[in-house]
Design a protein around this ligand. Structure first.
Ligand code: SAH
Length: 259
């Protein structure tokens, strides 16, 4: 459905920006790129900046005029880095994304139109748009790189799309679990750790077996609250092992502190 949002780049001078825009789109799940009279396209510079999004570039439609680029669109947004003093409905990217979503959910097609690196969109081009969009950047330095501006708009479109489809914006537990280091330790691993901890505390003289003072049960309670992961368990075990070597006067293996 995000495919019903097309990104239109008008008269772009730098092919690198076309590649950067294609990448930004693909990252956010969009794939319809329309180029109005690009100055240099196709280009290896565009391919390089697109990284793995060359399919978006290859499928890009090249047209001569903005009118052709907008054929079939029921809603058109023109982005602008500055206030042109044309009284026009002005939106920020988030408002734009929500209007985009409404429109595509109703079966319409939407265009996000971006201007030239050096001159933006002409007033005539801006008047072809139903809404103007301004990214609320610092007025002292308000103009974004073209591909960066595309990124902001398509990101907001994706966020709106995810929200509309009840999709999570964070990695689900299942995906996070795919990282073994992030998995919680099992109860038996924790038990082995307590054995190791107790031994070590005895060796360093902190735990006197004749006077245990509930130390181990207090520590159990502490670790029980901590939701220890595999990675953290490895660190804790490493600390105990090195502590034991120190008290036993054994040599330490050189180890990378890369945890
Ligand atoms: N000197 C031009 C700058 C254009 S930047 C000018 O003043 O208009 C190239 C394109 O990136 C713009 O045409 C617009 O599509 C987009 N862009 C850059 N900064 C933006 C901003 N703050 N808000 C919305 N679009 C922006």
């Amino acid at each position: 459905m995000l495919q019903n949002i097309r990104v239109v780049l008008v008269n772009t001078s730098h092919p690198g920006n076309i590649g950067g825009a294609a990448r930004a789109m693909k990252n956010m799940g969009l794939n319809r790129l329309v180029l109005v009279d690009p100055q240099e396209f196709p280009s290896p510079k565009a391919d390089a900046r697109a990284s793995g999004a060359t399919d978006v570039l290859e499928a890009a439609q090249v047209v001569a005029t903005l009118e052709e680029a907008l054929v079939g669109c029921s809603l058109v947004f023109g982005t602008s880095a500055r206030d042109r003093h044309i009284p026009w409905p002005l939106l920020d990217p988030r408002e734009t994304a929500s209007k985009c979503l409404e429109q595509i959910q109703a079966g319409g097609e939407v265009a996000l139109v971006f201007g030239r690196e050096y001159a933006g969109l002409t007033n005539q081009e801006l008047q072809r748009c139903h809404f103007h969009v301004h990214i609320p950047s610092d007025p002292e330095f308000g103009s974004l790189n073209l591909a960066a501006a595309v990124q902001v708009l398509v990101y907001e479109a994706r966020m709106a799309w995810l929200a509309a489809h009840d999709q999570p914006t964070k990695m689900t537990k299942l995906e996070a679990g795919a990282d073994v280091n992030a998995q919680p330790v099992t109860a038996d691993e924790l038990e082995q750790y307590f054995v190791h901890l107790e031994q070590t505390l005895i060796e360093i003289g902190f735990l006197i077996p004749e006077r245990p003072r509930h130390l181990m049960s207090r520590l159990r309670r502490l670790y029980g609250r901590a939701d220890v992961t595999r990675l953290e368990m490895n660190i804790l075990r490493g600390i105990l092992t090195e502590t034991q070597k120190t008290v036993r006067g054994e040599p330490h293996k050189r180890r990378e502190n890369d945890v």
